[in-house]
Write a protein that binds this ligand. Sequence first.
Ligand code: GDG
Length: 460
Amino acid sequence: MSRLVVVSNRVAPIQEGQPTTGGLAAGVLDALKKKGGVWFGWSGDIAATSSNKPTARQKVGPITLYTVDLSRRDYDEFYRGFANDTLWPALHYQIGLGRFDWNEFAGYRRVNELFARALAPVIEPDDIVWAHDYHLLCLAESLRELGVHNRIGIFLHTPFPAPPVFMTVPAHAELIKAMCQYDLVGFQTETDRAGFADYVVRHCDGELIGHPRDGLTLRAYGRVIKTGVYPIGVHVDEVRGQAKAQANRRHADRLMASLRHRQLIMSVDRLDYSKGLKQRFGAFERFLEDCPAARGGVTFLQIAPPSRSDIQTYREIRHELEGEAGRINGRFAEIDWMPLRYLNRSFPRSALMPLYAVADVGLVTPLRDGMNLVAKEYVAAQDPADPGVLVLSQFAGAAFELDAALIINPYDMVGVAMALDRGLSMRLEERQERHASMMQVMRRNSLDAWRDRFTADLTG
Ligand code: GDG
């Protein structure tokens, strides 16, 4: 039987019998547990030199984890530099925030090659290789150079922009050529796939082959590349189970007691400029301005664990948000009411789900997002008999499926403020209908479906 070999920038720490975390880790681990296989990636450790052999091997049931360490220089050029300070902003249409350096691109390629050299000896002839995300766009190219002929696919968790945006990255042609060494390139939405296909057809002399009904297949650089749309999902029953479990409710109970029957708007995001937090704070301020009756009666809880804090743009957004939160509270707070609670920290997943469940409105307003799992978790955590309302950015991948949410443009503060007002006063019947409709879609596009469809297309 063919094994599954998963490659991602980081390998999530796993222990037998422990519940998994969200997203990639949960989806991938289920598949690895069922099929058996390998998970390969960076250990998260910085060493004196990078290693092109696995530096650690750990066996957990049918899964073998291999990790490599990176040198400081490789980490700086590959991870901090090209991946997160060039590709991430470009993929999220934030071209003004990116910077480019050919040395860093060379570092990105070098680490992709290093991964390939450490991984190639582990791959067996029947294995299928599934790479994840924007850190590994050149991995298949490096594996092919080492003579690996296995089926290799990549799933992009981020958006893929329209060609003129992608072309702002000076190494765009090299990146697309490398991506064409994959057998399957998977995206979250049709828009993302179209961006990639459009680039290949227009700028690489590529052609579409087969009928679009059978999936979009491209021919370029003498190769046939399948593309597919695989919206990532969540384990809906598991989320609801965690949200209801009495043992998980300590934080939620404290929150409810502190609200004193006020309504709750809630957001949860990694602290990242793509998540639209600044615009969201502005929209909440606008809501307080436009709806004076809501003052004193509504609290907005923003949980924003810091991320990538060694990158300048991330430090800046953090600084800016601290200022904004203080200013808005200073402007509207009363002796006994603080409108905005801004928490720069993370919570255990088990505590987060009950918090989603008690929020009247889940406010998810990224400027661009591959999918946004918080939107899906928020819906899954709700009590179907008395559900909250999801306010969702049209620029999150999730909006393609969750069209029963209140869909907003995150740049339109008045529109978001109006949606908040509407969500907080929505009748029970309408809330139930919208929730049921979203749950139906989420059950169909589950995390299992995401994984099974991708691996089936890669195998076939
Ligand atoms: C990338 C793409 C795509 C958040 N705070 C805490 C915490 N979280 C969990 C959430 C959710 C996950 O982290 C965040 O997932 P998102 O999808 O919202 O965003 P990214 O991290 O940017 O993920 C994105 C995703 O990959 C999957 O393909 O949807 O578009 O950018 O599960 O609940 N978890 C814990 N504590 C926290 O404080 N434990």
